[in-house]
Write a protein that binds this ligand. Sequence first.
Ligand code: KIV
Length: 270
Amino acid sequence: MTTTVGLRERAGEAPITMLTAYDALTARLIDEAGIDLILVGDSMGTTALGYESTLPVTVEEVKSRTAAVARASEDALVVADMPFLSFGVDDSEAIANAGSMLKEAGADAVKLESGPHTVELTERLTQLGIPVMAHLGLTPQHVNQLGGYTRQGTTQTAAEEIMSLAAAHENAGAFSLVLEHVPANLAREVTETLDIPTVGIGAGGDCDGQVLVISDVLGLTEDVPPFATAFGDVATAMTEAISSYKHAVEDGSFPNAEHSYIEDTLEDQF
Ligand code: KIV
C-alpha cells in the first residue's frame, strides 16, 4: 500500500511510478499492475470529457471520477487534481474543495498546479491533514498565459524561479512535486536539492519517478506529446473489437444459442 510517508522514504531509491486514470475499470488494471500512484488528473478534460483544454473541468467532475478510481484501487495512492479556479481565489473555498476530494471522493491526496500563490495554501492544507502534491514547470491551467503547452524553465531566471518555488513548496509541507516539460538538467538539480520525491513528465530520467497520461501510454491519443510514448496500441484493438461486434450483429452470428435461453415454464404460445 503506497503512503505519502513511504514515498518520501523511497526518494532516490526505487523509481516511483504514476499514471492517470479517470474510471474504475482502468484504475483497477493500473492498481493490479502495481503502479504506486494514480492521478485523477484534470487531463480528463481533454481525454475523457472531450473539452478543448483542462480549463472547463469542474470540482464535481473530478470528484465523481476520483470516487470511481478510489473504489477500484487497493494499493495505489489516489491523488485528485484540483481543477482550474477551484483554488487560488478564496482560501476557505479552496480548503473546502480540497477537503471534499478526501471526505466525499475518497482521495488520499490532492495535486495543485503550483506557483507563488499556492505556498501558503499548501501549508494550510497540510496542517489540516490534506496531503499536497505540488506541480511546477508547465502548468496547463496557465495555457492562455503561456501561449501554448510550451517547455518551461529554459532561461536562467525561469529555472531559478522553479528551484525557489520547489523549495518553498517542500518547506510548506508538500509530500512530492510533479515537474512537467522542463529541461532534464533543471529537473536533476531540483531532485538533488529536495528531500521530497520529484515525479517527472517531460523532465528527463533523473526525477525520483515518472508520470504519464494513461491515454498516451495505451495508444489512444492521436497527438501524443513529444515527451510521451505509446506503450501499446489499444485504439487498434478497440476498433477491431467494435467492428467484429457490428459485423456479428449484422450477419446474425451474435447472439447465438449460447447467449440465449428458452424459459420452459412459459405458456405454449411462446
Ligand atoms: O492532469 C494531469 O494529468 C497532470 C499530469 C500530466 C501530471 O497534471
